[in-house]
Design a protein around this ligand. Structure first.
Ligand SMILES: C[S@@+](CC[C@H](N)C(=O)[O-])C[C@H]1O[C@@H](n2cnc3c(N)ncnc32)[C@H](O)[C@@H]1O
Length: 354
């Protein structure tokens, strides 16, 4: 079977880059900041804060959100240290930040835009987070923002017309029972591998902070605004096939390595993995929790997130055509987007068992 192309963000800092079109993903970090700081204060042992403290961000992209994520964590750790010891963290603690993403991520833009005045040393950690990327016990707090919904590959059968789990409609509306099971099985296996790898790499008692989106139990992806947007991508690809711009076969064999789990599925996967205790599972409600209803903005941010993945399957030329169509489709979908069922934004705090 062909390998799944990597879902990387559009690099650089231009108008179509992820860097310039990721305020939606950043809004969750900002909205959950206080809850995250409280969790660090309550759940991280003071014994772990001495000499050198390492923070790792998995799926960091090219910035700037990763800088917000790691700075919020460092601020919370320093605050805890200052309050509980009465000492100045700047005199006693050196921070190191490990930035992880695929090797093809735009690390150049990331490192060129490191914030001035930061109080941490930085290192890049290239490689898939579905495997070990760091030595044992090498960091104290890990974070994943909007990257805990990927699978390592497109599940078997999904892109095969003869399989009961063929996902004709790319992602959402065609999510019959067999398609759902194939994705859930793949996601569960991958998420457990990811948790095992992070548990090995974390110091005992260290924390993993997961920020992202999931589905409320019983809600179908196609009923949410994310699902409607994904369906608009699929419908645009179908239109291009009908216009003869791309082959129908190419569209039929296209699917995404994405699975937005239901809340209870996430809990079950973490509990079955058994390496962490769930210290908090917060439902973060905030103004940017749902997508904007501006089709232009939506299409540009879709392009920044999906563009590279789509162009790997369909070629560069299709890239621009498909996003023009998506904008038009989304304009027609405004009434459905207005009535979409809410998704859920979460902050999950995990503590590595000793
Ligand atoms: C939606 S972006 C989120 C980026 C960033 N965390 C933020 O908050 O803006 C998802 C990121 O996860 C990365 N990613 C996806 N699968 C990955 C994997 N298997 N290993 C490492 N990074 C991965 C992508 O390359 C991308 O940079």
């Amino acid at each position: 079977m062909a390998t799944t192309p990597k879902w990387i963000m559009v690099g650089g800092e231009g108008p179509e880059s992820y860097n310039q079109n990721s305020s939606y993903q950043r809004a969750l970090l900002e909205a959950a900041k206080e809850k995250m700081s409280e969790a660090i204060k309550a759940k991280l042992s003071l014994d772990l804060i001495y000499d050198r403290f390492s923070v790792a961000d998995f799926g960091c992209a090219s910035g700037p959100n990763t800088f917000v994520a790691v700075q919020n964590i460092i601020d919370a750790v320093e605050d805890k240290y200052r309050k509980e010891t009465g000492q100045n963290p700047a005199e006693n603690i050196e921070f190191q930040v490990l930035f992880n993403d695929f090797t093809t991520n735009d690390f150049n833009t990331l490192f060129q835009s490191l914030p001035a005045g930061r109080r941490y040393y930085s290192a890049g950690v290239p490689g898939s987070f579905f495997e070990r990327v760091l030595p044992k016990e090498s960091f104290h707090i890990g974070v994943i923002n909007y990257a805990f919904h990927f699978t390592s590959k497109i599940p078997k059968g999904i892109t095969d017309r003869d399989s009961p789990s063929w996902n004709r409609d790319m992602h959402c509306t065609g999510f019959n029972k067999a398609v759902k099971k194939a994705y859930l099985d793949q996601y569960s296996a991958d998420a457990k591998i990811l948790l095992d790898a992070r548990a090995d790499e974390l110091v005992p008692g260290g924390l993993m902070l997961l920020f992202g989106s999931c589905l409320r139990d019983g809600v179908k992806m196609s009923e949410t605004s994310k699902g409607i947007v994904l369906d608009a991508v699929g419908a645009s690809l179908n239109d291009l096939a009908q216009q003869g711009v791309i082959e129908q076969d190419k569209v039929d064999s296209f699917s995404t390595p994405l699975y937005f789990a239901e809340e209870s599925e996430l809990k079950q996967i973490i509990e079955e993995n058994g390496r962490f205790t769930i210290e908090a599972f917060e439902d973060i409600i905030h103004a940017k929790g749902e997508f904007t209803l501006d089709p232009k903005v939506l299409a540009v941010s879709c392009r920044a997130s999906f563009g590279t993945f789509l162009s790997q399957h369909f070629g560069e030329q299709v890239f621009t055509k498909v996003f023009d169509l998506i904008e038009a489709k989304l304009r027609q979908e405004i009434p459905r987007l207005l009535n979409a069922k809410p998704g859920m934004q979460y902050l999950i705090v995990l503590r590595k068992k000793n």
